[in-house]
Design a protein around this ligand. Structure first.
Ligand code: UFG
Length: 330
């Protein structure tokens, strides 16, 4: 059997492709290369360049390959961008996911793993780590666009011979420990990526978005998870569904939070030098604090994170930034 990875040229998708190949799986990738890169896709994977919303293409991919599972990463991922341009988020994350799910159902594909997000919770009503049964109240079009896809999957699984796992990612960071891939978009906005790029002098400075949140140091608190542990949760989800496990939505985080200022201190410590940081206004759509309760994923998926170490996450992110600097200057 083969696994179809959508968005396999992107940050998390390219790690997933390597992890599947490492596990001996046959891998097919579809990516329109709008934010992903052809070079990031492992050469052993069969590659189709195109859009997941193109039903003729996805029907053809399912006809040409013995796919039994889809792992669906393709989508738009920047919270503030979704606030500024909501309809493109509903188009990319909801409408095109609907087309892909319909194509999978037509082809009789039994298993589907979906990249969902902690943003489906919005600002949690509790201070503790969030569990999956909390009310889902996204505060950004990004979170809503992903929640709508979770709902489509739930209803599709009730109506068809179709099982899904929605993994609600917290803040994904770091890079492949073997140095094969990493977060490569030139205009990435995620905190650890931006801080590492600034530390290395690729950016002149960066900004802390808001210091007046109701958190211990006034900056937002997030649960940062190593991308290697995250893709491992997908492998575990695949194994569980293939063994007959039912549909599930589960958090992927470590259960502890760091503030923006703590992350910047950790980047300074790992890098061994200071860099220019400005204090700015709050950014639209940011909840003050969100940390995962990962018990369900550990119990149901038998997921055992191995890279829960902030310095290690930052070291791998810095190593990838240095690699990109060398690659792009040649
Ligand atoms: N931040 C800064 N300066 C920057 C970049 C980020 O202060 O240059 C702050 C943000 O305001 C936020 C925190 O760092 O408080 C983390 O921001 P990111 O952009 O790195 O990540 P988000 O928390 O906005 O979003 C990420 C994922 C979502 C996921 C969410 C869950 O992109 O998919 O985490 O918290 F839902």
């Amino acid at each position: 059997m083969a696994v179809l990875v959508t968005g396999g040229g992107g940050y998390i998708g390219s790690h997933m492709v390597w992890a599947l190949l490492d596990a001996g799986e046959d891998v097919v990738v579809v990516d329109r290369l709008s934010t992903g890169f052809r070079w990031a896709i492992a050469p052993e994977a069969r590659f189709y360049e195109g859009d997941i919303g193109d039903a003729a293409l996805t029907d053809r991919i399912f006809a040409e390959n013995p796919v039994d599972a889809v792992i669906h990463f393709a989508g738009s991922i920047v919270v503030p961008e979704s606030v500024a341009d909501p309809l493109s988020y509903y188009e990319n994350n909801t409408v095109k996911s609907r087309s892909l799910i319909a194509s999978a159902v037509r082809a009789g594909i039994p298993h589907f793993v979906f990249s969902s997000t902690a943003a489906v919770y919005g600002t949690p009503s509790v201070l503790e780590p969030v569990q999956e049964d909390l009310p889902l109240r996204p505060e950004s079009p990004y979170g809503s666009s992903k929640l709508m896809t979770e709902i489509m999957l739930r209803d599709t699984a009730a109506a068809h011979d179709f099982t899904y796992t929605a993994l609600r990612y917290f803040n994904v960071a770091g890079a492949d420990p073997k140095g094969r891939t990493g977060q490569s978009s030139a205009n990435a906005t995620h905190l650890i990526k931006v801080a590492c790029a600034t530390a290395l002098g690729k950016r002149a400075s960066m900004t802390v978005f808001g210091t007046d949140y109701p958190t211990p140091d006034g900056t937002c608190v997030r649960d940062y998870i190593h991308v290697t542990d995250l893709v491992d949760a997908h492998l575990k989800a695949l194994q569980r569904m293939r063994a007959g496990g039912g549909s599930l939505a589960a958090n992927c985080g470590y259960g502890r939070g760091f503030s923006v200022l703590e992350i910047l201190d950790a980047v300074r410590a790992v890098h061994g030098g200071d860099f220019d940081v400005a204090i700015g206004e709050r950014r639209a759509g940011d909840p003050a604090m969100i940390v995962a309760d990962p018990s369900l994923a550990k119990r149901e998926l038998n997921w055992q994170p191995r890279h829960d170490d902030l310095s290690g996450i930052i070291e791998s992110a810095l190593a990838w930034e240095r690699h990109l600097a060398r690659k792009n200057s040649f």
